[in-house]
Design a protein around this ligand. Sequence first.
Ligand SMILES: *Cc1c(COP(=O)(O)O)cnc(C)c1O
Length: 388
Amino acid sequence: MKVPLLDLKAQYKTIKKEIDEALIGVAESQGCILGPEVEKLEKSLCGYLDSKYATGVSSGTDALLIALMAIDIKPDDEVIIPTYSFFATAGVVSRMNAKPVFIDSDPVTFNINPADIKKLITKKTKAIIPVHLYGQSCDMKPIMEIAGENNLKVIEDAAQSIGTQYGDGRKAGTIGHIGCFSFYPSKNLGCFGDGGLVTTNDETLAERLKILRVHGGKPKYYHKIIGGNFRLDAIQAAVLNVKLPHLDSWTKRRQENAELYTKFFKNSGLSEEEGKLKYDEGNKVLLPKAVYKNQDLKYYHIYNQYVIRVQDRDALRKHLTENEIGTEIYYPVPFHMQECFSYLGYKKGQFPVSEWCAADSVALPIYPELSEEQIEFTVKSIKEFINK
Ligand SMILES: *Cc1c(COP(=O)(O)O)cnc(C)c1O
């Protein structure tokens, strides 16, 4: 049995007719950039996320970059970000010539620990970028409180969390000042290339984001500010307009798959419960925990990734690869240990939780079309390795 980490062809098969028609529609219209498909997508996502404004952009990375431009980040401003995230979160801060200030992870959720933020705030701190990792929301209430007290802007990196609910029911990306989303094909809502979105409830920021998307020109060819080419293609929006109505059912399948993993891990004697933080006889595999699950939320966790922790992770991965089971590490090196950030002067050992996550975590296949047999087989293969 083969268990790929992700099978985008399986998803395409289920919506092929609608997608093909949408692609041909764009070809025939030859309206290739922005236009009605992008406007339709922005409107639908405002509704889906319950956000006042949404602006389609060229990628999730560009969503973060344009957000920093919109809040007018200046050279030497400090931006507090997790040390454990996809590279884009840190890259955009440096590209603005601002200074990334790293923060450690919460050991249960892998998200930032709000308790650590306060001591990092200086006169130069301008913004915080909480990342809703793997499909689960950061604890936004204390983050927004600290930001309010210190006059900081909050840019949510919700690239992995489209539709995710925070404990109070609001959706990730609509709680801070600007929310950033990615439509990279491996995200829960993926297009056929690169694409992204920024959301905000602030009219002034919304207007700035729209102008920055087209080189800062308004009207066209008259520039008060400097923006860039952050436009979204019509063809990507057309694909997303077909996919969006399916997103909730796909999310449900991902949640069901996570339940199945828990069941099989428990039955196999490898784990006693979700969210354990210490290895022992009954917990050789540490399972992810959805912290808002018991609050009657539909989207407590959307499982963009299902990430377990095990000792001897690299040897386990090798074993799973031999059994044709796809895995990935999100992420093997925290930012503070990346060569490109050595100029910031951080040291190994400074963020022990993130370093532990980087050393022991591994993502298992969780995509919606995965079968129960594939999940059972994956757990069986892990058990085979651990009991060897
Ligand atoms: C995917 C991702 C991004 C970047 O999105 P792209 O569309 O690939 O540019 C940013 N942050 C996080 C956390 C991501 O997972």
